[in-house]
Design a protein around this ligand. Structure first.
Ligand code: SAH
Length: 253
């Protein structure tokens, strides 16, 4: 029996946001690999071996997945959200490129998922309705200078920004510094959305202005959206406004 490897996105958290393609593939798997909290989101069943690991062991995890697939196993590597967005798919291809030559010819598939930025945006309206970019605030895999440069240039270009990995106990100051820098580049009235644990029972979403945005509002499961100068708020009686970014800017009439 020939093995295969699927790198699957589990979406933001809720079971109903996992795609049918991912569910069907998980049902055929012999081995499940990933960061332990994501592996825990997949129900246990007979015939499925679960390999949970620490968050930092991405290349080891990818190599194990490739090795098992080359031995004939049906392997699923799971990520939260979409596996191609700051997640395991790139780690697997990095291992393919530098690893055993035979791994290149394996049956490897990437199964998309709903990324945190799409789940968060859908909760409040359409903040990503015009051009936007996604930036990972973690400086584990890149220098902080580069993060600052990208934030500054993206703000100058008036993109809406989706900030992933805004802070953790090991990276307590990065989001505060990012907000300080963005206040130098953008009007202080642009909306900032703190979307935490989207689609989980603990979901909390708050919209403030850039002037009032405080980094301590975020944690490891928060996606921070920074509006562009054109992002609009529609006030509602509930106190939770709709937020959207018009599709056109200076368009031909
Ligand atoms: N591949 C994932 C991102 C992994 S990086 C995706 O496509 O969504 C981990 C970061 O994603 C977190 O620090 C947080 O910024 C964001 N994130 C993941 N799940 C989230 C959720 N349910 N609500 C808000 N942000 C989330």
């Amino acid at each position: 029996m020939s093995g295969w490897l699927a790198i699957a996105g589990l979406g933001p958290g809720a079971a109903h946001l996992i795609t049918p393609e991912v569910t069907e593939t998980l049902a055929q798997a012999t081995d499940l690999i990933g960061y332990a909290p994501y592996v825990a989101r997949v129900p246990a069943r007979e015939g499925l071996i679960r390999h949970g690991s620490d968050n930092r062991e991405e290349i080891d995890r990818a190599s194990l997945a490739l090795k098992l697939a080359s031995e004939g196993k049906r392997v699923v590597v799971v990520s939260s959200g979409d596996p191609g967005v700051f997640a395991m798919a790139a780690a697997v291809f990095e291992a393919v490129e530098s690893g055993d030559a035979s791994w290149r010819n394996l049956d490897i598939r990437v199964l998309p998922g709903i990324s945190a930025m799409f789940a968060a945006a859908a909760r409040i309206g359409a903040p990503l309705g015009h051009d936007f970019c996604a930036i990972n605030l973690s400086d584990n895999l890149k220098p902080w200078d580069l993060v600052e440069r990208r934030l500054r240039l993206a703000a100058q270009a008036d993109f809406v920004l989706a900030l992933y990995n805004p802070l953790s106990s090991a990276r307590p100051w990065q989001l505060g510094r990012a907000l300080e820098l963005l206040r130098e580049e953008l009007p202080e009235t642009v909306p900032v959305i703190f979307a935490s644990a989207v689609s989980d029972p603990r979901e909390a979403i708050e919209t403030v202005t850039l002037r009032d945005a405080v980094a301590s509002r975020a944690d490891m499961r928060t996606l921070v959206l920074i509006g562009s100068s054109r992002t609009r708020l529609i006030a509602r009686a509930s106190g939770h406004p709709f937020v959207y970014t018009p599709r056109s800017v200076g368009a031909k009439s």
